[in-house]
Design a protein around this ligand. Structure first.
Ligand SMILES: *[C@@H]1O[C@H](CO)[C@@H](O)[C@H](O)[C@H]1NC(C)=O
Ligand SMILES: *[C@@H]1O[C@H](CO)[C@@H](O)[C@H](O)[C@H]1NC(C)=O
Length: 498
C-alpha cells in the first residue's frame, strides 16, 4: 500500500506525465499476455508474424561493442502490425526504428523512431522531438499528440491527420537512456546531468546523419515540451559549437520550439499555487497553507539561478513540497489541463500504449528485444538527474542563440497548471526578462490574435527571431488538444518568419 501511494504521489507530481506504475497494474498486463499466449492466435496476428518473418525483422544479435568501427546505429525500416492496410501508401512509407549504441557505457542503447515526411515534400525539414521529465518516453507524444499514428482501444492504430510528419521528417528519441525503450544494463550508468544527456543526444544525431546522408542538406529544428525547455537550447548550442569543428557533419540548425516549457524555474514555479487559486482549483485557505513552501521555493530558486550550486537541490525540495501540497489540495484536477479530471489517480491514462508495447509482434517489428520492458515514465531517470540541474535556468543560452539568429518559438497551452500561462506573469515573464539584443523591441511589441483558417485560436507576439504563442483551450500537450492548430503553427513557423 505504502509503495503504491508513494508511486501515485511521487510519479504524478514529480514526473510530468502520469502513470500508475504500481505492481497491480503490471500484474494486469502480465496476466493479459499469459492469457493471450494460451489462446489461439488471431488471423491478424498470424498475418503480422508472417509479414515480420518475410521482412526479416527478427531481433539482431547485440553488436560487439569493442569493435568500435562497427556502425553504431542498428536501424530497420518497419511497418507496425495492426496498421489499417487499406491505405496503399503505408507499404512504402519510410518508417524506421532503431537503436543507437552508445560509446559508453557499454551495453546502453538509445531507441528512436524516424518517420519520413508523409507528403514526401522535398522541402520538408528534419525535426527531432524531445519529451520532458526527465524520463518521459517520446512515445507518449508520438501516440497521443503529434505522431503519425494514434492507438485505439483494441491496440490497433489509426492515422493522425495532424501528425507533424505531414510537414517534416521527424525523429522521436527515448532519452535520457533508461527511458521508454532505451535501456542500460546497469542502473549505475544512469545519466546525472544535462551535459552527459546532451553528449548522448548529439552523438546520436551525428550517427543519424551518417546513416541518412540525404537528409543533411535539409533544415533542422529541435522541438519538445516541458523539460525540453532545458534540452533544446543546450542541444542547439552544442550543435553550433560542433558545426565549427574541422571534420564536423554540419547540421543545418534553424531553430527550436518548446511547448509549455521549463525555462526559468525561479519565475515559473512559484506561480503554480497562484494559478491554481486564480482558477479555483484550490481555495484561499489551501493557498495560505502552501505559502510558506512557496516563499522558500522562490528564495532558493533565486540563488540557484544565480549560480549558487548548493541552493539548487534545496530549491528542488522546497519547490516540490509546494507542488505536492498544491496537488493534494487540487483533488482530482488534472495538473496538465485544469479543464480535465484525473482518471484513476493519474492525469492521463496511457494504458493503451503500455498494452501495445507489450505485444510480442510489436517488439519484433521494432527490433526491440522481447525481454526489454517499455518504461513510459522512469522514476530512476528522474531521480538520478533531478537534484543537480533541474532548477537551473536556461534563458542565458536562449539569449545567445537568438543573437546568433536561431529562431525560437515558445508556445503554451493556456490550461496547463504546471507550466502555466498566466497573463504576463509566467512563461511570458521569463521571456520578457531575458537579456538579449532584441529585449526592448520584444517588450514593446504587442500581442495580437493568432489565427488559423481565419479563426482566432490564441495570441502571438513575435520579434524575429523570437516568437511566443499562447494556444487557447489546450493543456500541456498542445498537439493533443489542438491538433490542427499545432500542425499549422509548427508548419508556418518553420517555413517562414511568423
Ligand atoms: C568482441 O570483439 C573483440 C575484438 O574483435 C574480441 O576480442 C572479443 O572476443 C569479442 N567479444 C565478443 C563477446 O564476441
Ligand atoms: C482546502 O480548503 C477547504 C476550505 O477552504 C477545505 O474544506 C479543504 O479541506 C482544504 N483541502 C485540504 C486537502 O485540506
Amino acid at each position: 500500500m505504502a509503495t503504491i501511494l508513494f508511486f501515485s504521489i511521487v510519479i504524478s507530481v514529480f514526473l510530468f506525465d502520469v502513470f500508475l506504475i504500481s505492481s497491480s497494474a503490471n500484474a494486469r498486463y502480465t496476466n493479459n499476455r499469459l492469457h493471450s499466449s494460451r489462446t489461439a492466435i488471431s488471423p491478424k496476428e498470424r498475418a503480422t508474424r508472417r509479414l515480420v518473418r518475410s521482412l526479416d525483422l527478427s531481433p539482431q544479435e547485440d553488436i560487439n561493442s569493442s569493435e568500435i568501427d562497427a556502425p553504431r546505429l542498428n536501424e530497420k525500416k518497419f511497418k507496425f502490425p495492426f496498421l489499417p492496410t487499406s491505405d496503399p501508401s503505408v507499404e512504402d512509407l519510410g518508417s524506421y526504428a532503431g537503436y543507437y549504441q552508445l560509446p559508453n557505457p557499454v551495453g546502453a542503447r538509445m531507441f528512436y523512431f524516424f518517420f519520413e515526411s508523409r507528403n514526401r515534400n522535398d522541402e520538408d525539414p528534419v525535426v527531432i522531438w524531445l519529451s520532458g521529465g526527465p524520463g518521459i518516453s517520446c512515445s507518449i507524444d508520438l501516440f497521443y499528440a503529434n505522431g503519425p499514428f494514434h492507438i485505439t482501444e483494441d491496440s490497433s492504430l489509426t492515422w493522425n491527420d495532424h501528425g507533424w510528419d505531414k510537414t517534416s521528417n521527424i525523429i522521436y528519441v527515448d532519452q535520457p537512456i533508461g527511458t521508454g525503450l532505451s535501456y542500460i544494463n546497469d542502473d549505475s550508468d544512469i545519466r546525472h546531468d544535462l551535459t552527459s544527456v546532451i553528449d548522448d543526444l548529439y552523438n546520436f544525431l551525428k550517427e543519424f546523419f551518417i546513416k541518412h546522408p540525404q537528409f543533411t542538406h535539409k533544415n533542422f529544428f529541435i522541438t519538445g515540451r516541458a523539460y525540453a525547455g532545458h534540452y533544446a537550447p543546450a542541444l542547439a548550442s552544442r550543435i553550433l559549437e560542433e558545426n565549427e569543428k574541422a571534420n564536423a557533419i554540419p547540421i543545418k540548425l534553424k531553430g527550436f520550439a518548446i511547448g509549455n516549457g521549463h525555462i526559468n524555474p525561479h519565475i515559473q514555479y512559484p506561480t503554480i499555487p497562484e494559478f491554481a487559486l486564480k482558477h479555483n482549483v484550490i481555495t484561499e485557505l489551501n493557498y495560505s497553507n502552501i505559502e510558506d513552501s512557496m516563499r522558500r521555493c522562490r528564495a532558493y530558486t533565486r540563488n540557484c539561478v544565480k549560480g549558487i550550486k548548493e541552493a539548487c537541490s534545496v530549491a528542488f525540495d522546497y519547490c516540490f513540497e509546494m507542488i505536492k501540497r498544491t496537488r493534494e489540495y487540487a483533488g482530482d484536477t488534472n495538473f496538465f489541463d485544469i479543464r480535465k479530471q484525473r482518471v484513476n489517480g493519474v492525469n492521463y491514462d496511457y494504458s493503451k500504449m503500455e498494452r501495445f508495447f507489450d505485444i510480442p509482434s510489436v517488439k519484433i517489428a521494432l527490433n526491440v528485444p522481447q525481454d526489454k520492458t517499455f518504461v513510459p515514465a522512469s522514476k530512476t531517470v528522474f531521480d538520478a538527474y533531478s537534484k543537480k540541474d533541474y532548477m537551473r535556468k536556461f534563458d542565458v543560452e536562449i539569449s545567445a542563440l537568438l543573437e546568433k539568429g536561431i529562431k525560437v518559438l515558445i508556445y503554451a497551452g493556456d490550461q496547463d497548471l504546471l507550466y502555466n500561462w498566466d497573463g504576463k506573469s509566467h512563461v511570458m515573464k521569463s521571456l520578457l526578462e531575458m537579456e538579449w539584443n532584441g529585449k526592448t523591441e520584444f517588450k514593446e511589441t504587442s500581442m495580437v490574435p493568432f489565427k488559423v483558417d481565419g479563426a482566432e485560436v490564441g495570441s502571438i507576439i513575435t520579434r524575429h527571431p523570437l516568437t511566443f504563442i499562447k494556444v487557447s483551450n489546450a493543456g500541456c500537450m498542445v498537439p493533443m488538444d489542438q491538433p490542427k492548430v499545432s500542425l499549422q503553427m509548427i508548419k508556418s513557423w518553420m517555413e517562414r518568419e511568423l
